[in-house]
Design a protein around this ligand. Structure first.
Ligand code: TRP
Length: 379
């Protein structure tokens, strides 16, 4: 629970770390360049000593989780939890209002996320699931953290730039520019050592590492030890699944297959998926991205090689492919959906899970904030 016990707060950072900074002044020996080192090395270190790691990750409450989330990150969370790593899951409700004026159906989206987590196997007795808005001390960390980054650094974050470009708002609000630092507070309040994320989140991890390093340099403990660890990103090993329109599967694009969809809806969504006119089904992501993504989806559900799935369908064309995929998805998700339906019948239980998560997150955040106040010399 303390920074000093995590292996990443000092010393040469291990391979696979994400670099802490883009500015020249940040390029220190302990910050290797952002790398594509596969997760194997980090995985090995976690496996060797799961108790030394704490994982934080999260999902914005803007809609239901879908198959892209499931194979991209959710399954991995369950796997890590089974290895014995402590898991924190933030539902970042304050991040929803970065690119829209009001957070629509926030409580409903939040409860649905919790249902998805529990249904796939996240254990609420071991994991801490909480929202931003329920943990005041976490949010307060944002203030000293903001003082550690320059406006120029905030302005050049590529993920933020991309979100601004795609935003439907006429003006960029202050939270849009500063939320990556808020995300640093999400990660650092519980002194997480590992953050499973998609590639688009790497700039935010970089800011987090920069904030941690600068805070530690500016405000060391009297004995010289660091307050914050420097968390590592864990990139998903799963290949990307495309949405039904051939674009990136996304909550907001209407091209996703939600975990919570019923079997008929799943069949309808897959039936409408983009394919091509070649009869012979193959697995060639570069030449035939849409067909290959469907083959991959069936393969992931059946835990088989995509080539084997494609061979079996052979000359059956898109119709046979879609039948195979629909059956594979519905078979795979059936027990998860059944469990979800059971849990959904008791909303009181979902709210109880969130309350317990908030209690635990609050006590961790308050301890960290106390430590921050102490090293900063607050009265
Ligand atoms: N920004 C992330 C997203 O849009 C969500 C998020 C908020 C997050 N805080 C986080 C992810 C901390 C990882 C760690 O998906």
């Amino acid at each position: 629970m303390t920074a000093t016990t995590t292996p990443h707060s000092a010393g040469p950072a291990a391979a696979g770390c994400v670099t802490a900074g883009t500015a020249a002044a940040d390029a220190t020996a302990t910050d290797p360049a952002a790398s594509d080192t596969p997760a194997a090395d980090l995985d090995e270190r976690i496996r060797r000593n799961p108790g030394a790691h704490r994982i934080l990750t999260g999902d914005r409450p803007t809609g239901p989780l879908h198959l892209g989330h499931y194979f991209g990150t959710l399954q991995n969370r369950v796997r890590l939890q089974r290895l014995g790593v402590e898991l924190f899951i933030v539902i970042p409700d304050y991040q929803v209002i970065t690119d829209r004026d009001v957070a629509d159906r926030l409580a409903e989206h939040t409860e649905n996320l919790v249902l998805d987590y529990l249904a796939i196997g996240i254990d609420p007795d071991r994991a801490t699931i909480f929202t931003h808005s329920a943990v005041p001390a976490l949010n307060q960390l944002l203030l000293p953290f903001l003082s550690l980054v320059s406006v120029a650094e905030l302005n050049r974050n590529p993920t933020v730039k991309d979100e601004i470009a795609h935003s439907r708002q006429s003006a960029v609000n202050g939270l849009m520019l500063t939320y990556p630092v808020h995300q640093a507070a999400d990660i650092l309040f519980c002194k997480a050592s590992v953050v499973p994320v998609g590639r688009d989140q790497l700039p935010h991890l970089e800011i987090t590492r920069t904030v941690a390093r600068r805070f530690n340099e500016r405000y060391p403990h009297p004995d010289g030890t660091a307050v914050f660890p420097r968390p590592e990103a864990m990139l998903s090993a799963a290949p990307l699944l495309l949405g039904t329109d051939g674009g990136k599967m996304s909550k907001s694009r209407g091209n996703a297959i939600p975990l919570s969809a019923d079997e008929d809806t799943t069949a309808r969504l897959i039936k409408g998926a983009k394919t091509d006119t070649e009869r012979r089904i193959g697995y060639d992501p570069d030449a035939r991205p849409e067909v290959s993504s469907l083959v991959l989806l069936a393969a992931l559900c059946q835990d088989r090689a995509p080539e084997a799935v494609a061979d079996e369908i052979g000359d059956g064309g898109s119709a046979a492919l879609k039948r195979t995929v629909t059956e594979a998805v519905n078979d795979h998700l059936r027990p998860i959906r059944a469990r979800r339906a059971e849990l959904a019948a008791d909303r009181g239980y979902v709210r109880q899970v969130l309350r317990a998560g908030a209690d635990r997150a609050n006590s961790v955040a308050e301890a960290t904030l106390d430590e921050v106040r102490a090293v900063m010399g607050s009265a």
